[in-house]
Design a protein around this ligand. Structure first.
Ligand code: SAH
Length: 346
């Protein structure tokens, strides 16, 4: 795959129409080509297009389907982890999960991450580059094609900070939702952020009915700033103000992600402070037993502590659930597979 070639999944329909016209093809070829691209097809698969057209397309462009560098299938559940090769030496991870209601994909938005959260594997080797909207879409169309399925839910919880790649992520959301694109309803898309408050406000102005997840992880500014450097710029009061604006503007309930780390953020004081911050808000807390990442020293909170923490929140009037962990045996948590590959472990 030549990355100097333009990725056709980066195009919107008007741009594709222009490209088709410039190649001397009739207008109806745009629709045919568009449909193939969203099916994750390569030019050689596009059998209803003339061969000469397919050859000229391959000289100038690339279809958005990504090369699978590694694929790990969980033996304990139906989770599959993909490592995709972007064609320029960079790798990103995506995870496919099977639920009762269908398939859900967790996709990456950047190669690496600038945010520096101490517990997260994705940020350890720093930031390389943003993904284009076509590269984010490419992860989904490639999994659809590989498994012969139709992914109906998407979470932007893979590698990277989606709001630090705002324009491309917005372009992705629109194309993913477009019925001529992937046709995934906004309500089935979740965007997770470490808390770029200004961008949360900007996103609220788009009025997209997606689910916003905020990675909170500590209700105390001093501790959160240590765990998540973004908190030094946008402390909790600024972040929660931005979240209020988001709820007012979209009417959507916000999810707060809280990874429980033994002896670090799983105490009664943490639960009490969390209640005082969130009580009365249209929100939900998602408690996640932290995934162990080599070199962080963090351990999962005990089952007993997790249950007690949840009970305290519920009693305090804050809705909370414990996230089921899928794909434990394949290191399905974000950033871990790319890290292993970069260290030549796979
Ligand atoms: N940058 C975005 C999205 C990517 S991370 C964000 O920060 O939200 C997706 C989620 O996984 C976030 O809630 C993140 O805080 C969480 N996460 C990262 N490392 C983790 C770990 N070791 N254990 C549990 N959750 C983790």
């Amino acid at each position: 795959m030549d990355t100097k070639l333009q990725n056709l999944l980066d195009f919107n329909i008007e741009q594709l129409e222009e490209a088709v016209k410039a190649m001397g093809q009739p207008k109806f070829r745009t629709k045919q080509l568009w449909e193939w691209l969203y099916k994750g097809a390569d030019f050689s698969d596009m059998t209803n297009l003339p061969e000469s057209f397919r050859m000229s397309l391959a000289e100038k462009y690339r279809a958005g389907r990504l090369k699978i560098k590694a694929k790990l299938c969980s033996k304990v559940d139906d989770t599959i982890k993909y490592l995709f090769d972007l064609g320029d030496g960079n790798l990103v991870e995506s995870v496919l999960m099977k639920y009762k209601y269908g398939y859900s994909a967790c996709v990456s938005t950047q190669v690496g991450c600038k945010m520096g959260c101490t517990f997260c594997a994705s940020t350890k080797a720093g930031f390389v580059r943003n993904l284009s909207s076509g590269e984010i879409l490419g992860q989904i169309v490639s999994m659809n094609a590989d498994m012969n399925i139709r992914i109906g839910h998407v979470v932007l919880m893979g590698i990277g900070e989606p709001l630090d790649n705002y324009d491309n992520v917005l372009d992705f959301l629109r194309k993913a939702q477009n019925e001529k694109g992937l046709g995934i309803s906004y309500r089935n898309i979740s965007l997770s952020t470490c808390g770029l408050a200004e961008k949360v406000i900007q996103l609220s102005e788009e009025k997209l009915p997606i689910t916003l997840s905020i990675s909170l992880h500590s209700p105390f500014d001093s501790q959160r700033s240590e765990m998540m450097p973004v908190n030094r710029k946008y402390p909790l009061d600024k972040l929660l103000d931005a979240c209020n604006i988001y709820t007012l503007s979209t009417g959507r309930r916000i999810t707060y992600e809280y990874a429980l780390i033994e002896g670090v953020n799983d105490t009664k004081e943490h639960a009490a402070r969390l209640i005082s911050l969130l009580k009365g808000k249209l929100c939900h807390v998602n408690l996640i037993p932290v995934n162990k990442v080599e070199g962080t020293g963090y351990e999962k909170a005990s089952k007993k502590n997790i249950a007690a923490f949840q009970e305290m929140l519920e009693k305090g009037g804050v809705n909370a659930t414990v996230r089921r962990t899928l794909g434990q045996d394949i290191e399905a948590a974000c950033g871990q597979l790319r890290r292993a590959a970069n260290e030549n472990k796979i």
